[in-house]
Design a protein around this ligand. Structure first.
Ligand SMILES: *[C@@H]1O[C@H](CO)[C@@H](O)[C@H](O)[C@H]1NC(C)=O
Ligand SMILES: *[C@@H]1O[C@H](CO)[C@@H](O)[C@H](O)[C@H]1NC(C)=O
Ligand SMILES: *[C@@H]1O[C@H](CO)[C@@H](O)[C@H](O)[C@H]1NC(C)=O
Ligand SMILES: *[C@@H]1O[C@H](CO)[C@@H](O)[C@H](O)[C@H]1NC(C)=O
Ligand SMILES: *[C@@H]1O[C@H](CO)[C@@H](O)[C@H](O)[C@H]1NC(C)=O
Length: 213
């Protein structure tokens, strides 16, 4: 739209060179064209302000969804008790939906795993790029220091109930880009989940999300 409006002054120059007759009429015409041009610029400016106001200054939160958590490398003795000294790995399949018209470029993602308030694992995921209005998926691998879980006094109760309750805290630092405007944001997600010890699946999951600008 902006490009079309900018072409007009050039056409005006061409008009003036081609004809010297009816100068006053021409000036009137020119005045109207100039006026239309000014109005058009004004309208474009207003639209630009409105667009920026409703996108840059009212950024919709990216939607992060944990699709699946797979437990790999879990060695058990007698089917229930993990071997002492072994670590477990979790692979979290995460979707990041970017509902904005802006693209979201994120840096290294950090996920910390808590077991009853104690840090029992950490994971990092490489940088990436979520295009405007698109969803992207990634796998996050979390290594768990099992000895810390084993020494936690809450473990016995969790084993009796058959559910291992955990908290995963993820931070996604990144940058939003709308046309030429860039904004740094950090998406923070705190998920509480319960792992079923029998089938090693995530039984319940609840996430809270916050965006820092
Ligand atoms: C595993 O079970 C066997 C018998 O089924 C028992 O002898 C052994 O002590 C058990 N091991 C542990 C670590 O509980
Ligand atoms: C488990 O993880 C801890 C901390 O990262 C490490 O020191 C230990 O060697 C690991 N154990 C195994 C069996 O990989
Ligand atoms: C995540 O892992 C699953 C299974 O290991 C694989 O099928 C999928 O392609 C992976 N996704 C990404 C984005 O790497
Ligand atoms: C864990 O999963 C098994 C098999 O799916 C199920 O029978 C059991 O009830 C689950 N445990 C809990 C505590 O929900
Ligand atoms: C995550 O939420 C739980 C409650 O659901 C809270 O106890 C914990 O402190 C929170 N963790 C962080 C890092 O905010």
């Amino acid at each position: 739209m902006g490009e079309h409006e900018q072409v007009r002054p050039l056409a005006l120059v061409g008009d003036r060179q081609s004809s010297d007759e009816g100068a006053s009429l021409h000036q009137k015409k020119r005045g109207k064209k100039c006026c239309a041009f000014t109005v058009a610029i004004f309208v474009i400016l207003v639209i630009a302000i409105v667009v920026v106001r409703f996108t840059v200054f009212r950024v919709k939160d990216p939607i992060i969804k944990m699709n699946d958590v797979t437990v790999t490398r879990l060695e058990l003795t007698n089917g229930t008790i993990p071997k002492p000294g072994v670590n477990i790995s979790l692979i979290a399949d995460v979707s990041v939906k970017n509902p904005n018209l802006a693209s979201f470029k994120y840096r290294t993602t950090t996920t910390t795993l808590y077991y009853h308030g104690q840090v029992v694992g950490e994971a990092r995921n490489g940088p990436g790029h979520a295009r405007a209005r698109k969803t992207m998926r990634m796998n996050v691998t979390v290594d768990i220091i099992l000895d810390r879980i084993m020494s936690n006094p809450s473990l016995n109760a969790d084993f009796i109930s058959g559910l291992l309750s955990m908290n995963a805290y993820t931070q996604v630092p990144g940058r939003m880009k709308i046309v030429i405007v860039k904004r740094n944001i950090v998406v923070k997600m705190n998920c509480s989940m319960a792992l079923n010890i029998t089938n090693q699946q995530v039984q319940t999951q609840e996430c809270k999300q916050k965006v820092d600008y």
